[in-house]
Design a protein around this ligand. Structure first.
Ligand SMILES: Cc1cc2nc3c(=O)[nH]c(=O)nc-3n(C[C@H](O)[C@H](O)[C@H](O)COP(=O)(O)OP(=O)(O)OC[C@H]3O[C@@H](n4cnc5c(N)ncnc54)[C@H](O)[C@@H]3O)c2cc1C
Length: 463
């Protein structure tokens, strides 16, 4: 077994780990990033990369009034007040700076638009060019190289080491190859200041999903296969407190007709939910406020016991302003020249569906949705063919539970005391999102907490 030593060991190379590594290195700490996969990025690289922040220049030029308090209120409300209010306030207070850090320090190019997702009170979500987390991971990778940050790929952290009860470092298997059986090669790596766990969620860990969320292996997931929670069990054995493990988010805007995250959410989340409607194919009627938070919408969809029809028209597609050709080429999204054709294609009663659209269109004109209280802002009536339809199904998307931390990112034990030299950031932690994470708030969380922990560890010099 060889031994090496760094100021900070960071486990995981998603948004949380990369942010923390770069900021700590910028502040002159020696940093090692350990990643079990052959490439960096985790779930972050396949995400849309959307980040939420209040009071930004992009909101200001559009006349959108927002504040950290309003964003905190939205996150707490969506989270059913299970969230830790101190963590939520920290994140919303620092969200603007975090967004600017990604743009001005990392150099992430953002689209000139501000999106409005369910559960947010105002539009406050910013998308990187290409609408993918890859844009930010690539920018971070360039920075990582520029700062000469050490990175171990294909290396799994298998345990933590401690001396006199203080976490000192990690044991890794440097022969790890995801999905393959290899002969392990163990190394010990010591951390002078801290081990920072940024190992992500467990949205593809069927054992943990079943144990905590009663979610069986047939439920589809948007996550990468590598999103497993092996370190959570190790941490629990070390005495770390795990919270909200049963709070598992299903994304209500995914397509039944493709695996994984796929292309469907571009239509589901960005077009159909804000500008279109969801319809129960059994009744031909709406069944939920499409701009409710993800839990509200997904729970309502699960009650249907079948997929929902996510419906928009040309007006909605134009208003949302996204190019949907790839979805149509893949067969995830279909178009119909009339409501009658749409109804016939899905076995829905045409008259009832026409009536559903008529009632919704009247709500849009009256800027008041009496039936489901969907916020009506800049929507247009759905009366301009073609009609666009996606078969929508909820997929496992985010695990809100994980290790309990304080506002410095320190991992807490069951007595709520920090475990010395052990930190956690990003989706591996619990407490930020409570019962339901709002869209774009995970990236905000990863960047804020990555920056906070880097600052704390380099300013105080120790845990
Ligand atoms: C498809 C998809 C789209 C999304 N879109 C958005 C969005 O637009 N906006 C938003 O806010 N949120 C979004 N989310 C959620 C958000 O992307 C994640 O919560 C966030 O990226 C998690 O970042 P992270 O750094 O905590 O973990 P990850 O990015 O998952 O990184 C964790 C890394 O740790 C590594 N790792 C795990 N265990 C070990 C170990 N034992 N040893 C070594 N390495 C290990 C993993 O391989 C992984 O690379 C999306 C999620 C998905 C799945």
């Amino acid at each position: 077994m060889k031994e090496k030593e760094y100021d900070l060991i960071i486990i995981g190379s998603g948004f949380a780990g990369l942010t923390c590594a770069i900021e700590a290195r910028r502040r002159n700490a020696s940093v090692l990033v350990i990643e079990k996969m052959a490439r960096i990025g985790g779930n972050s690289i396949i995400s849309d990369g959307g980040i939420a922040a209040p009071d930004t220049d992009l909101q200001e030029i559009r006349g959108i009034t927002d504040s950290p308090d309003l964003m905190a209120k939205d996150m707490l409300e969506a989270g059913g007040y299970l969230n830790d209010p101190d963590l939520v306030r920290l994140i919303t207070n620092k969200a603007k700076k975090a967004f600017e850090w990604t743009r001005d320090i990392l150099g992430v190019p953002y689209l000139d638009r501000v999106d409005y997702f369910g559960g947010h009170s105002v539009p406050r979500c910013y998308s990187p060019q290409g609408l993918t987390g890859r844009t930010m991971v690539k920018a971070a990778e360039t920075y990582l190289k520029k700062l000469d940050i050490d990175l171990l790929l294909n290396t799994q952290v298998i345990d933590f080491i401690e001396s006199d009860g203080i976490q000192d470092g990690v044991i890794v298997n440097t022969s790890y190859r995801f999905g393959q059986t290899t002969t392990p090669t163990y190394e010990t790596i010591r951390a002078d200041k801290a081990v920072v766990i940024a190992s992500g969620g467990f949205g593809h860990d069927h054992v943990l999903l079943k144990r905590h969320g009663k979610i069986d292996e047939h439920t589809m997931s948007t996550n990468k296969k590598s999103a497993t929670g092996e370190l959570l069990e190790k941490l629990a054995r070390k005495g770390a407190k795990l919270i909200d493990m049963d709070q598992i988010q299903l994304g209500p805007w995914a397509s039944l007709d493709e695996k994984g995250f796929g292309l469907g959410p571009l239509f589901g989340d960005y077009v159909a939910l804000p500008y279109g409607i969801l319809v129960d194919p059994n009744t031909g009627k709406r069944f939920v406020n499409e701009l409710g938070d993800r839990k509200i919408v997904a729970d309502a969809m699960l009650k249907l016991k079948t997929h929902a029809l996510a419906i928009a028209d040309q007006n909605a597609v134009d208003r949302a302003g996204w190019d949907l050709h790839r979805l149509m080429d893949k067969g995830v999204l279909k178009t119909y020249p009339s409501v009658q054709d749409l109804a016939a294609a899905y076995g829905v009663d045409s008259k009832i569906l026409e009536n559903t659209l008529k009632t919704y269109n009247e709500s849009v004109k009256a800027t008041s949705d009496k039936a489901f209280k969907k916020p009506i802002t800049d929507q247009l009536p759905l009366d301009e063919p073609p009609y666009y339809v996606m078969r929508a199904t909820p997929k496992v998307h985010h695990t809100m539970g994980g290790v309990k931390i304080d506002t410095k990112g320190r991992v807490l034990n069951c007595e709520n005391e920090p475990i010395r030299k052990l930190y956690a950031i990003g989706e591996v932690t619990g407490g930020v999102h409570g019962a339901s994470r709002l869209g774009s708030c995970a990236v905000t969380e990863c960047v804020v907490m990555g920056l906070e922990v880097a600052r704390h560890l380099t300013e105080t010099g120790h845990a």
